[in-house]
Ligand binder design. Structure first.
Ligand code: ADP
Ligand code: MG
Length: 728
């Protein structure tokens, strides 16, 4: 023991044993909060950086501002009372002297710094003209052996002192079971890294020798890092593969597209809907419909992501899938993340399907009890073939008679927990009795998820490896590309001119105000102000010159009925300008809207900007998007804000936008914690570790087939209870 853990200046000087009687001490709770529960969790908690405590510096050789470790003898010690109470200690190492300053101190510390004591100190040296000083150095008795390895500094929280955490990690590392799980024949072939096994790698990363090139630790290119990344990626691929295989064992209703000859009285809904559409499907729409149709016809639950840029026409694909389901006499549910969006789908689908005789039910959180009860009855009896709604579909006591297809729109807006809830919810509730009898006939619904935020290939390969993907890579014909302009906020008046011009042509305008995360109230005042300003500025700018222009306001705090009233006016064309916070972000479809103005565009994320822009350009007439930016106090925009706005000007292509977004933000943020659950990759980087990812993808199926026990052990070690999240 080299004594590095005996610092007395840390707030928590009690060894954990003293608190063993209590259920969980503060630091223990903090450990749990950080997810550091099992020995392996602790062993995998890697340092943020390292401190070199392997050397003693002589004060005479030290430089101002340097963090140093010195050994010195206490010459004087006094508690100064005037002003702020402080402990002042003068030490001398034989080459020079230094004054230590403590504003918080305990008797134990004073004792260890008694005159004549030899101490080892570590802290940042400041050199005033009065000589060297150190503020709150760490203090330990002099003379213990110096550590031979660098001292790790771990990511932690206030309630968990570094010293405590170091001990916990060292203990976890010593106890953790780290036997090799990857069979030698599957090892990643890379001359240097093969020699590092997991225990060596972890021991090294926690306590590297001082000679190591720190750069290779920082950029994670060191062989010890390579080992961790390989193992982590393999664990992730194994989980995805297991999930896929588990799903392949489940059974789902076979939903065959019917043709006229097979039915008697009526043509199937599917054919009727196709015949009734006011447009022909694009090639891409036909292709994805076929892909979905093939899945539905199999007795295995579909697990498919339908991705297509904003405006590419996903809704009609969903409707066609729904008709196949209903033609086969099963129920279909469509879930959207917001009420406005659910409402839009509801309208559209009703417009298409009710004339064909489909009974539709509607479920949201804001519904009146009586109406809800009626809807629940329709759903339970099976009378409603199609159920549209928000989370209410999963949160409430909704019992379907025979649900066979669940469609989730804008799936990225739902969290992992919600997606899990959905899958559990959708698991059949009626067929199995308590004893689990008749398990063979339990049928799971098919699942179709839709998103306008395409997933870049590397992410699709890693995070969504168990998902089948269909892509609409073609917009309906006759769309004129949206022109995007980036404009300084100082030129707001010119933008208002453009709005006038749009209104004169009888077209409509969106004006989106930013979300200010810290303050919903500020957010609102911003939108309200803009609304008032535009209302005045646009007086008399109506179509025929003099008629009044209706300028509406929409924000998330409004009662649902009011929101709906505003939306209705805008959808029907009576309202010329809609000022809103980001509530319109997804899915709203008003083809007559020709201009989208986004205020403080620099505050929005790239995919959000793209989504918002996608609200215009839905008809044949030319449309534009104006990104107003303001640098505020700063002389210029931040690097990333500029990169985002530039990407918006450069391209209208959602896939290119997604690629750039991933580049700007990195996969962690791109997916977002909500999206990825607790199982984000911690060590591997999908942008740079593609070779390792390829290896893991190839190794996973072989490992699962030939070494199932090792595979299981590997997944448990790396993901423990989190594996569940990866399957959502
Ligand atoms: P998104 O993929 O963003 O959900 P929507 O489904 O809302 O897009 O479709 C956007 C608009 O394009 C809608 O008005 C829709 O009716 C229309 N649309 C969809 N498919 C076609 C098509 N093949 N030809 C012409 N218009 C289409
Ligand atoms: Mg949509």
């Amino acid at each position: 023991m080299n004594g590095q853990n005996r610092s007395m200046t840390e707030p928590d000087v009690n060894p954990p044993a003293r608190q063993a009687a209590k259920p969980l001490s503060g630091p223990q709770k903090a450990l749990h909060k950080l997810g550091l529960v099992r020995d392996i969790d602790l062993a995998l908690h890697l340092p943020l950086r390292y401190e070199d405590e392997t050397r003693i510096t002589r004060l005479a050789d030290a430089r101002e501002g340097e963090v140093v470790q010195i050994e010195a003898t206490v010459r004087a010690s006094e508690v100064k009372l005037g002003g702020r109470r402080q402990l002042l200690v003068t030490v001398d190492d034989g080459t020079d002297s230094c004054v230590l300053r403590f504003f918080t101190f305990y008797p134990a510390l004073q004792k260890s710094l008694a005159v004549g004591h030899a101490v080892r100190l570590r802290g940042e040296l400041k050199g005033g003209f009065m000589g060297w000083t150190m503020m709150h150095p760490s203090v330990q008795a002099s003379g213990g052996a110096l550590p031979t390895a660098l001292t790790p500094v771990y990511p932690t929280v206030a309630a968990l002192p570094q010293v405590y955490l170091r001990k916990a990690v060292a203990g976890g590392l010593a106890r953790a079971e780290l036997a090799q799980t990857i069979p030698p024949e599957l090892e990643y072939e890379n001359g240097q890294y093969r020699t590092w096994n997991l225990r060596e790698a972890l021991s090294f990363l926690h306590h590297p020798t001082p000679q190591v090139a720190l750069a290779t630790l920082e950029d994670h290119s060191h062989p010890a890092w390579q080992r961790l990344k390989c193992e982590e990626l393999l664990a992730q691929q194994l989980t995805q593969l297991q999930a896929k295989r588990e799903r392949d064992r489940l059974r789902a209703p076979v939903l065959l597209a019917q043709t006229q000859t097979q039915t008697h009285a009526h043509a199937p809904l599917h054919e009727q809907l196709l015949a009734k559409l006011p447009f022909a499907l694009t090639g891409a729409q036909r292709r994805v419909c076929a892909e979905i149709g093939r899945d539905l016809a199999r007795p295995v639950p579909m697990h498919r992501l339908l991705q297509g840029d904003v405006g590419s026409g996903k809704t009609v694909v969903a409707a066609l899938a729904a008709t196949i389901c209903m033609d086969a006499r099963w129920q279909c549910a469509l879930m959207a993340p917001t009420e406005i969006l659910a409402e839009q789908h509801f309208r559209k689908l009703i417009g298409w399907l009710e004339p064909l005789g489909v009974k539709t039910a509607w479920l949201t959180g804001s519904q009146k009890t009586k109406e809800r009860r009626e809807m629940l009855a329709l759903i339970a009896s099976g009378e409603a073939g199609l159920v549209v709604g928000t989370h209410a579909i999963i949160q409430d006591k909704v019992v379907f008679k025979n649900l066979a297809l669940a469609i989730i729109d804008e799936q990225h807006r739902f969290g992992v927990a919600q997606r899990l809830a959905l899958r559990n919810k959708l698991a059949p509730q009626n067929e199995v009795d308590d004893a689990g009898n008749d398990a063979e006939t339990v049928l799971e619904p098919h699942l179709l998820m839709m998103t306008a935020t395409p997933i870049p290939r590397t992410l699709a390969m890693s995070y969504y490896a168990d998902l089948d993907v269909s892509t609409i890579d073609e917009l309906p014909p006759g769309r004129t590309p949206i022109i995007t302009k980036v404009v300084n906020d100082a030129r707001r008046d010119e933008v208002i001119e453009r709005i006038r011009a749009q209104l004169h042509q009888g077209r409509q305008v969106y004006w989106v105000c930013p979300l200010i995360e810290e303050s919903e109230a500020l957010d609102l005042s911003n939108a309200t102000e803009t609304h008032a300003h535009l209302s005045t500025a646009l007086q008399g700018s109506g179509e025929s010159g003099g008629s009044p222009v209706l300028v509406g306001l929409l924000h998330s705090r409004m009662p649902v009925a009011e929101k709906k009233a505003v939306m209705d006016l805008f959808i029907s064309g009576q309202m010329g300008v809609l000022v809103s916070t980001t509530v319109i972000e997804v899915g709203v479809d008003v083809p007559n809207a020709g201009l989208m103005v986004i205020e403080h565009a620099e505050r929005f994320g790239l995919s959000q900007l793209h989504q918002l822009r996608g609200r215009v350009g839905r008809g044949a007439a030319a449309s534009a998007c104006v990104l107003l930016y303001s640098t505020g106090e700063a002389p210029r925009l931040s690097e990333t804000a500029r990169a985002r706005l530039k990407a918006m000007m450069d391209t209208n292509d959602g896939f290119e936008i997604a690629r750039r977004d991933l580049e700007i933000r990195g996969p962690g943020e791109f997916l977002g914690a909500r999206q990825s659950g607790a199982a984000m990759l911690r060590f591997a980087d999908l942008l740079t570790d593609t070779a390792l990812l390829d290896w893991a993808r190839q190794a996973a199926p072989i490992m699962l087939d030939r070494y199932p026990a090792l595979a299981e052990k590997h997944v448990q070690r790396w993901l423990g209870g989190k594996a569940q999240y990866l399957k959502a």
